[in-house]
Design a protein around this ligand. Structure first.
Ligand code: SF4
Length: 390
């Protein structure tokens, strides 16, 4: 079933020529090659058994995997996911609270240097209303995501957290609001935050410098991830696939970093250009490359919660559904106020829906069930934390 699912999509994607100019050499050569590289298959099997491989072997997989071997990888990743989480897909309500940002990430459409976009920031009441609406629809995890907005200081965020947790105590709040001090992370945790998403974007110091301005430091990003762990959050990190200057070595560094850090959540999506950024002319990341990295991440960090990202659904229709068959097990529909959804454009051609939230929910549930998933709106903690008082 899984094999044929991917076969059909492989052909569709190949016809569209949807491959990024990348380090995945056999994908890049557009080889439909059904001639298998048995070494790739055997290394992938070994990875599943051992949990990690030497750097050279990970490099070999990335450089030599083709559509043909990727099917075995996707199948194994799906098995690993099933072993810990079964066929559940966890639904989280995403609320984009602000598109102000003090940072200048070269790849991001809402970075501080983009003067062409309309900025917005939700009020405490607007955030609460969005959370309440999501709660009424059944969601029990709320992801408050925004730029690194200096206006949203610890007191303001804490006040929102307390209000949500007072009204809805048996829920989880995930924050994705950028780099902060240990003291800030502690304070927000105390106020009610449970999880924090902060992608490392690349585990290569040099590559990080190519993607960010001088005032953004790789060391600080990594330090923040360790702060979050010390503050007892469920920590999420991750990276873009196909970002400018990415190499096989940076991708292997990402995998090694994930293995060592063992995050509770991993967000992996394709790089997608934004027309108002320094990387506006760079080609976008590819579907298969991203799926392969999701699957490798699933095998290397078996118990992680891994979202099928909006970016994946934005490069190819059905991209998220494929990710859910390649190791991902979380979806985060946008439940923020409809007027603002259009304004949180971190990359071009971000998908949105014209359906109302209830219609979207019903369609999504039907689709997931048809594809063999069980829809789960519960808090959906990392498996090692289930039942633990946070
Ligand atoms: S990626 Fe995040 S921190 Fe960087 S500019 Fe965009 S919103 Fe700001």
């Amino acid at each position: 079933m899984l094999q044929s699912y991917f076969y059909v999509y492989s052909i569709m994607i190949l016809e569209k020529g949807d491959f990024m100019n990348s380090v995945f050499l056999r994908l890049n050569n557009n080889e439909v090659n059904f001639v298998k590289d048995e070494k790739v298959n055997s290394l992938v099997n070994e990875l599943k058994l051992k949990g990690i491989l030497p750097i050279e072997d990970l490099k070999y997989i990335i450089e030599n995997i083709s559509i043909s071997e990727s099917r075995n990888l996707f199948k194994l990743a799906d098995m690993v996911k099933n072993q810990y989480y079964g066929n559940k897909v966890y639904l989280r309500a995403l609320i984009e609270v602000s598109n102000y940002c003090k940072q200048g990430c070269f790849y991001c459409g809402i970075n501080r240097d983009n003067k062409s976009i309309k900025r917005y920031r939700l009020t405490e009441d607007e955030v609460f209303e969005a959370v309440k609406k999501a709660y009424d629809l059944g969601y029990r995890t709320f992801v408050l995501q925004g730029g690194d907005d200096p206006f949203l200081n610890d007191d303001i965020i804490s006040s929102i957290l307390v209000k949500i947790k007072t009204a809805f105590p048996q829920t989880r709040i995930t924050l994705s609001l950028g780099e902060k001090t240990q003291a800030s992370y502690d304070k927000l945790k105390l106020a009610g935050a449970d999880r924090y998403l902060l992608r490392h974007e690349t585990a290569s110091f040099k590559h990080y410098m190519y993607l960010h301005p001088q005032d953004m430091l790789y060391d600080n990003r990594i330090k923040c991830l360790h702060y979050l762990r010390s503050s007892k959050y469920q920590v999420g990190t991750g990276m873009m696939i196909g970002s400018p200057y990415q190499t096989v070595d940076t991708l292997v560094s990402d995998l090694m970093f994930l293995y060592k850090f063992q995050p509770e959540m991993i967000g992996i999506g394709p790089f997608i250009h934004h027309h108002d950024t320094k990387f506006k002319d760079h080609s976008d990341g590819g579907l298969y490359e991203t799926l392969i990295m999701i699957s490798l991440a699933r095998i290397i960090v078996p118990k992680a919660l891994i979202p099928a990202t909006t970016a994946l659904g934005s490069i190819v229709e059905g991209g998220r559904e494929l990710a859910l068959k390649a190791g991902a097990n979380v979806l985060m529909p946008n439940l923020g106020p409809e007027e603002q959804r259009e304004l949180y454009k971190i990359y071009d051609n971000k998908i949105t829906t014209s359906d109302s939230d209830i219609v979207f929910k019903n369609k999504l549930e039907k689709k997931l069930i048809n594809e063999g998933h069980a829809v789960d709106y519960s808090v959906g903690d990392h498996i090692d934390l289930e039942g633990v008082k946070l």
